[in-house]
Design a protein around this ligand. Structure first.
Ligand code: SF4
Ligand code: SF4
Length: 371
């Protein structure tokens, strides 16, 4: 017996699949499964986070419905995966809240912070909010840099702590009983696999949709989203270094590194999430659990709105729309930040940890690393 019914079902399916092994070439899930004869809760959460829900094993399976074995690996692992976000979340009390109302809470948080900044500036000096500000330090006419740094610095530290605690719990649960140390070659292999989204291709043909025509679109849009997010994060880091090390205040010229990185990242966060939302609508309903797609959608929508408002600030920063647009953008960035540990974002961390474990297991099987 496992901790939840869905893990019981995942155990049943993995036992069937372990006898069959027809799908072992499709992705990392089946080879990882074949290294086990029994499955703990942690093992099943590990397998669930290795799965990309491409749908290939459902389409290929001779035991999928209406067969009495009722094998549906993508859907079962998708539910287990969504449950794993809450199972390892820190603090636990927040996990269910976001699972049920992710988009509403994210939007309320974004609009509340934007309204606070908007009100703060309006009460201070109405003319500042709608004035035209240009040159170094223009953004800080709306909100002093120290206040901005305090607000976002506190949120950042909280998010890092919450993510680190969640990842630690996941890592311990999927590891060996005495804990598991990552080795450099396994880490490097996992970085390469995650960077290429290697297993998000249905064994080479792409993801399956409602029209039975596999495509690689989900992988493409995941790439736009992943690298868009990383570029925006890099832009923020470079801007922080400019401010504190070089004494150069934002906004910067369009050709300066933080703006180039932010613009490319913003385009990624525009194209990627729109593509993912469109791809989600085309997914075969049999592969997904509609009741648990809210968290995915919330994260994707928040990424999109963060990218769109960031690009809007860039385009209209020399006009009197800059104040309201910047307030809105900061609201979405803040809300995206504080919801990161409780939604789809953690899947990226758990998948990476699972890929490290998978690479390590493969090396152990090949005799390249000691137990
Ligand atoms: S999904 Fe079906 S075909 Fe694939 S390994 Fe499992 S039982 Fe076999
Ligand atoms: S849905 Fe795709 S990634 Fe998930 S287990 Fe099946 S083949 Fe592997």
């Amino acid at each position: 017996m496992h901790g939840t019914k869905i893990l019981d079902e995942a155990d049943r399916l993995m036992t069937v699949c372990n006898s069959c092994r027809y799908c072992e070439g499709l992705c990392a899930v089946f080879p990882a499964m074949e290294m086990r004869r029994a499955f703990s809760d942690g093992d099943l959460n590990y397998l669930a986070n290795l799965c990309h829900a491409c749908g290939a094993c459902y389409v290929d399976c001779q035991f999928s419905p209406p067969h009495e074995f009722n094998v549906n690996v993508p859907k079962t692992l998708a539910i287990a995966r969504a449950d794993s976000y809450a199972a390892y979340a820190w603090p636990r009390a927040f996990a269910g809240l976001f699972a049920r109302n992710g988009l509403a809470i994210s939007l309320i948080a974004a609009i509340s912070v934007a309204a606070f900044i908007f009100g703060f500036a309006a009460v201070n000096d109405h003319a500042v909010l709608y004035g035209i500000h240009t040159g170094p330090g223009a953004f800080y006419a709306l909100m002093p840099h120290n206040a901005m740094a305090l607000l976002f610095g506190a949120a950042f530290l909280y998010v890092i702590l919450a993510l680190a605690m969640s990842l630690r719990a996941f890592w311990r649960d999927i590891g060996e009983p005495v804990g598991m140390k990552a080795d450099a070659p396994s880490l490097w292999q996992a970085i390469r696999d995650a960077g290429e989204l290697r297993y998000l291709d249905g064994g080479g043909v792409g993801c399956f949709n409602d029209d039975d025509q596999p495509t690689d679109r989900r992988r493409l849009y995941h790439h736009f989203t992943l690298y868009g997010f990383l570029l925006c994060f890099a832009a923020t880091c470079v801007g922080t270094l400019y401010h504190y090390l070089l004494g150069r205040e934002a906004p910067y010229a369009w050709w300066d590194l933080p703006v180039v990185l932010g613009t490319l990242g913003g385009i990624g966060l525009f194209v990627g999430p729109i593509g993912l939302l469109a791809a989600k609508r085309q997914r075969d309903a049999v592969l997904v659990d509609e009741t648990r797609t809210g968290m995915d959608t919330a994260f994707t929508v928040m990424l999109l709105l963060t990218g769109v408002t960031g690009l809007a600030v860039l385009l209209w920063r020399d006009t009197n729309a800059m104040g309201p647009l910047l307030a809105l953008h900061l609201g979405f960035v803040f809300a995206l930040f504080i919801t990161l540990p409780y939604g789809k974002f953690v899947h990226g961390l758990y998948r990476f940890a699972a890929l490290v474990r998978y690479a390590r297991e493969r090396r152990m099987m090949a005799g390249g690393v000691a137990e």
